[in-house]
Structure formats: C-alpha cells, structure tokens
Design a binder for this molecule. Structure first.
Ligand SMILES: [Fe+2]
Length: 207
C-alpha cells in the first residue's frame, strides 16, 4: 500500500549541476513521503468518514498530485541512468518516430516546444499501441501523442504508456539557469539522455 523511494544510478550530467540534481531528488523523495502520509491519513479518517468528510475529499484529490510527482520523477531521473546513449538510428523507436513525425528531430522539437509552454508541468511523449491510424500502405500501427501535464496530474493521456517525461517546473532549472533559462535546461536534459531507456519503454509499450 505504501511506496518506497527509488535510488537512481546517475552519472555526472553536462549542464545540470550535482547541487541541482540533489535538490531535485530531495523533492522527489518528498512526493513519495507525502503520498504515503496521505494514504495513511485517509485510512485513519475513514474510521469516522462522516466527521472527516471534507478532509478526506481534499486528501483524495491531493493524493493524485503527489502520486504524479512521485511516478513522473521516477521516469524523469531514469532517463539519465547509466551512460548517455544516442537513439539507435534504425531501431524501432527511431523508425516509429520518423513514421509519426517525419523525423526524430521534429519529434524532439515538438517535445521541447510543449516543454516551453507556460505554467508548472511536464512535456510528455506517450505512445498509443492500440491506435489504428490509416496508412497508405495499409499497415496499422500505433500513434504517438505529446501532451502538457499541468502540475503532475492534470491533462494526462489516460492509460497511454509514457515514453519520455520532461520536467519543466521552475525548480528543475532555477539553480543552474535562472528564471529565464528553461530552453537551455531542456537542451541539457536531451544532451544527457540515455535513449536506451526510452527504447526499452517503447518495446514494452508494444507488448
Ligand atoms: Fe521536478
């Protein structure tokens, strides 16, 4: 019922300071703790649900915010684990991105542009393996979706597997790049990615 904080095997990241990453990992740990605390509290309050109706209602709403913060940060940090590795040019993910967006560069540009939207949140690349887009050659395949998730929990493409999660909250770049440095931060995120992680997620999404 309760969750454990994950540990990440992170290398030195170019353009993202240790200080910033450590502070960010601390925020992640806070989401895990808050989610667990709220879960326990709801359990307590349910013993007298009528008396605590308002508190339960607010906790239930807030719990999904904390869960989103926990899970999305796990996707986020895992993308740098191991060593920085480029996307395999002829691999299944690259091939599907070219089919979906025309080129890998265009897909990355879209993710970055969505990341530049205002407000705290996440730019997320999803894949819908169940979609059956019409293709000129008659083949069917999945569809990518790129969305902006407000805070941690609003605007998700429900049930779709996440291939890449880019945190664009100010806390992610303030220390290294200041309030106007979001674009540089986003470039730094991409420069350090281990694309093997995203390729594995894509493989998993297909099965
Ligand atoms: Fe974050």
């Amino acid at each position: 019922m309760l969750y454990e904080e994950k540990k990440f095997d992170l290398p030195d990241l170019e353009g993202l300071s240790k200080e910033s990453v450590e502070a960010h990992l601390g925020l992640y740990a806070g989401y895990v703790k808050n989610f667990n605390d709220m879960t326990l509290l709801v359990g307590e309050y349910l013993k007298d649900a009528e008396k605590h109706a308002h508190a339960i209602s607010e906790l239930i709403r807030r719990r999904s915010f904390e869960f989103g913060g926990m899970r999305l940060h796990e996707y986020y940090f895992a993308q740098w684990e191991g060593t920085s590795t480029p996307l395999s040019v002829n691999g299944p993910l690259a091939t599907a991105l070219v089919e979906g967006f025309g080129s890998v560069e265009t897909a990355v540009m879209h993710i970055k542009k969505v990341g530049m939207m205002r407000g705290p949140g996440w730019s997320i690349l999803y894949y819908d393996p169940a979609a059956k887009p019409a293709r000129p050659d008659g083949r069917s395949g999945g569809l990518f979706q790129i969305g902006f998730t407000g805070e941690q929990h609003q605007g998700h493409f429900v049930t779709l597997p996440i291939i890449l999660a880019l945190d664009v909250w100010e806390h992610a770049y303030l220390l290294d790049y200041g309030t106007t440095g979001k674009a540089k931060y986003i470039d730094a995120c991409f420069a350090n990615y281990n694309w093997a992680v995203m390729e594995k997620r894509f493989e998993d999404a297909l099965h």
